[in-house]
Write a protein that binds this ligand. Structure first.
Ligand code: PLP
Length: 463
């Protein structure tokens, strides 16, 4: 049985215009360092290695599909972000991109803070020893139990997302005789996606409190009067997979304007602003992300300039990259199964995973690249669509790519840049067993999240 969960729109139904897809200019055996993690290379025989270990060996030991995360690359990216922002700013890794106990330990060792947005993420963070004061708690609908747990743990900040939550968090803190440090999340009327940003007239979305119509100013007014809250700053997160700094520029300007209004009305200068995450990464060779030091400089220049013109002390800046840290550090390894050439269209290459381990293509029309990694090939390139094994025609992993035309069942192919929002969004659709996450570093590979088993599935099914 196969049916599409998507409305019958053109997205997945379109037949490609003839001649639209020309064969790639580059050698298919070449690995673009932009989309692969730092220790990925090909060995003398042409097989891909990560952390010095050949993929065939990894596949044999850990099976496929599996995510392989390049631990030294992850750590290097953490350091690059914290070095770029320096001592006067804070980097919070957005745990929703991918969180596990090992990741929490790496973050601690590299000096990063952590954003969580659920009780489960908070539990993982605390269990793995992240100090509560280094944790920020987000979400548009935190439950009372989650807020109580966060306040009891002593999290460094709760990011307030609604008028109701302002009162709720204050009550919970007051009952415990504490003042909870909080930020207020505002929506600044800017939405950014990849290469463009859209200035929206109104705020038609579930997150945050609108700056427009004085809503945010009213939220600040209320927060400042409540004994359970210590308002430390304003928070803004404008989108995801952003390359263009223009959206951050507008966002920073509007947040600083609010800080100036708060000073004028209440005589207080809030000490912090958080500009959120959303920085883009390279999924394909077409993408050109900025380096952390360029982003840090751009953001701090904008904030400094805006504060100077408003006559404010420059607040402490924080940022929340998720994807930009973990995304590029992992790839998914699949074994090729059925290969189905469709005359005049493309060749469908089925792999042993699919939308259960990478929902982003189906969900967002995300683009990915793919490479044959168990060997090299000099065969002609063929246009392929890499699809999964699920009963769903939208089960696409890589929509359009080229692979060598001698591809055969049993070959290993890998999809790079799957570190963010793949394992964390993985599902058990069709009772698929969610793949393991294997950390590779300096010739050593170890499972940090194990593969699910049929026992795991049956254990939840209590009959
Ligand atoms: C999702 C999210 C992030 C991280 O976004 P990335 O695109 O992974 O950088 C940061 N902050 C908030 C509030 C978020 O919701």
């Amino acid at each position: 049985m196969s049916r599409s969960a998507h409305p019958a729109g053109p997205r997945h139904a379109d037949v490609l215009p003839e001649g639209h897809y020309s064969a790639p200019a580059t050698d298919l055996n070449e690995l673009d360092p932009k989309v692969w993690s730092r220790t990925v290379a090909r060995d003398a025989d042409g097989a891909l290695t990560v952390g010095g270990i050949e993929v065939a060996r990894l596949a044999e030991e850990f099976g496929t599909p599996a995510y392989f995360i390049d631990e030294s690359d992850f750590r290097a990216r953490c350091r690059a972000w914290s070095d770029a922002f320096g001592a006067d700013a804070d980097v919070f890794y957005a745990g929703k991109a991918f969180l596990s106990r090992a990741v929490v330990r790496w973050l601690r060792e590299e000096g990063l803070n952590l954003d969580v947005c659920s009780g489960g993420e908070l539990a993982t963070a605390l269990d793995a020893g992240m100090p509560a004061e280094n944790i920020a708690f987000h979400g548009n609908n935190k439950t009372v139990a989650e807020i109580e747990r966060a306040v009891d743990a002593g999290v460094g900040r709760i990011v307030l997302d609604s008028f109701q939550e302002i009162v709720r968090v204050s009550h919970i803190a007051q009952r415990r005789g504490v003042r909870q440090r909080v930020q207020i999340r505002v929506t600044v009327g800017v939405e950014a996606h990849t290469h463009e940003f859209i200035a929206t007239a109104h705020e038609d979305q579930k997150f945050g409190i609108a700056l427009a119509d004085g809503q945010a100013a009213e939220a600040v007014r209320r927060a400042l009067t409540l004994d359970g809250l210590e308002l430390i700053g304003i928070h803004s997160h404008i989108g995801s997979q952003i390359f263009d700094m223009a959206g951050f520029e507008v966002s920073a300007r509007r947040v600083v304007q609010l800080l100036a209004e708060i000073r004028d009305e209440h005589g207080v200068e809030l000490p912090e602003i958080d500009l959120g995450g959303g920085l883009g990464i390279a999924y394909t060779s077409e993408d050109d992300p900025s380096e952390p030091h360029e982003i840090a400089k751009a953001l701090s220049d904008i904030v400094t300039r805006e504060c100077e013109s408003a006559g404010l002390r420059t607040p402490r800046i924080s940022v929340e990259p998720g994807r930009a840290i973990v995304g590029p550090t992992a790839f998914t390894l699949y074994e090729v199964g059925t290969i189905k050439p469709l005359e005049g269209l493309r060749t469908y290459v089925s792999v042993d995973g699919g939308m259960s381990d990478n929902i982003r293509t189906a969900l967002y029309d995300a683009e990915y690249s793919v490479a044959l990694v168990s060997r090299t090939s000099e065969a002609e390139p063929m246009l392929v669509r890499v699809v999964g094994k699920h009963c769903e025609s939208g089960d696409i992993v890589v929509k359009d790519a080229f692979l060598p035309s001698d591809l055969a069942p049993g070959d290993l192919i890998a999809v790079p840049a799957t570190g963010a929002y793949c394992r964390s969004m993985a599902s058990n659709y069709n009772h698929a067993l969610r793949p393991p996450v294997v950390a590779v570093r300096d010739g050593q590979a170890r499972v940090i999240v194990r593969r699910e088993t049929e026992d795991d599935l049956l254990r939840l099914d209590v009959g």
